[in-house]
Design a protein around this ligand. Structure first.
Ligand code: ADP
Length: 282
């Protein structure tokens, strides 16, 4: 691109047009490559549970009579778990694909306390079963934020689901929301008033070298905790939704101590309803 710019320097408008075209093509090529890579990863991820289910069915079919009742039931349980895994995978892939298409989401006033309470109700039983305390810490009279309720709910569900998955019995998971004022960067005169949402757990933590990779599709930290549960797509979905809210997902974590995922959302100003049309994101 530098070479072209130098050669065509006298006709500046043309230079810009050509440089943009090259940029567009590069982006298009990158998009296509990312899509093929994604399809190849999805196919690979789908094949494993499908292969397992088929093997279990075949074994039961051929040797069912020779197996004990307990063995048969163990085979069926595993096949059932694999089917659940397949369902989760297909749902996550569909969610991600919808988020990345040019679907329009309505942005409106969202009461975060309502979304947090709904998330807690959904996960309370699961937490109790695991012996984990699941609680909320919401600042009183929290202002509404500008966002999409269903998408925010999906972010909270994914983060709380993970927090419960990677926290042991007697641990604690807290959903926090409070007002925060962002300190301006140097030279920036505007301070913005936001609501900060935090999902705090006292779980296994994430090694600093894995903290960026966990947002990559299908990335899962090598460990023996719940190897079957999860698709490695949850945090990619979270990141995508948070970016649609023009902000970013942050992480603070220490191995053996716990993890906090947090993000800031803009406070809703009256009459502020936005149709957010997103560009294709990869
Ligand atoms: P998964 O379906 O495996 O949970 P995610 O994309 O949601 O996929 O998360 C990717 C990986 O990040 C997880 O497999 C886990 O290794 C790590 N991770 C996510 N949340 C936490 C957490 N709260 N504590 C520890 N590790 C986590």
């Amino acid at each position: 691109r530098i070479l072209i710019t130098n050669v065509l320097d006298p006709v500046k408008e043309n230079v810009r047009a050509i440089a943009m075209t090259i940029q567009d093509i590069t982006r298009e090529v990158e998009l296509n490559e990312a899509k093929s890579q994604f399809i190849s990863n999805v196919s690979h991820e789908l094949r494993t549970p499908l292969f397992n289910i088929k093997s279990f069915i075949e074994t039961l079919h051929e040797y069912g009579d020779e197996l004990t009742k307990d063995e048969r039931s163990e085979f069926l349980d595993t096949a059932n778990r694999e089917t659940d895994r397949l369902t989760r995978l297909v749902n996550d892939v569909l969610d991600l694909s919808k988020l990345e298409s040019s679907h329009t989401y309505l942005f409106d006033a969202v009461e975060l306390d309502r979304a947090i309470e709904q998330t807690l109700r959904t996960y309370q039983l699961n937490a109790r079963d695991k012996g984990i305390e699941l609680c909320q810490d919401i600042e009183p009279e929290l202002p509404s934020i500008l966002g999409n309720y269903d998408l925010i709910l999906q972010v909270l569900a994914n983060l709380v689901g993970n927090a419960l998955k990677f926290t042991k019995a007697n641990g604690k998971v807290t959903l926090r929301a409070h007002r925060a004022i962002l300190t301006p960067e140097v030279g920036d005169e505007i301070t913005s008033d936001v609501v900060r949402v935090e999902v705090v757990d006292t779980g296994i933590g994430i090694d600093p070298e894995d903290q960026q990779a966990i947002f990559d599709r299908f990335f899962r930290v090598e460990n023996r905790v719940h190897t079957l549960e999860g698709t490695g797509l949850g945090l990619s979905i979270v990141q995508n939704i948070i970016e649609k809210h023009h902000t970013q997902i942050n992480i603070t974590s220490a191995v053996g101590v716990g993890t906090t995922f947090w993000f800031d959302l803009a406070i809703y100003q009256k009459q502020q309803i936005q149709q957010v049309e997103d560009l294709q994101l990869v």
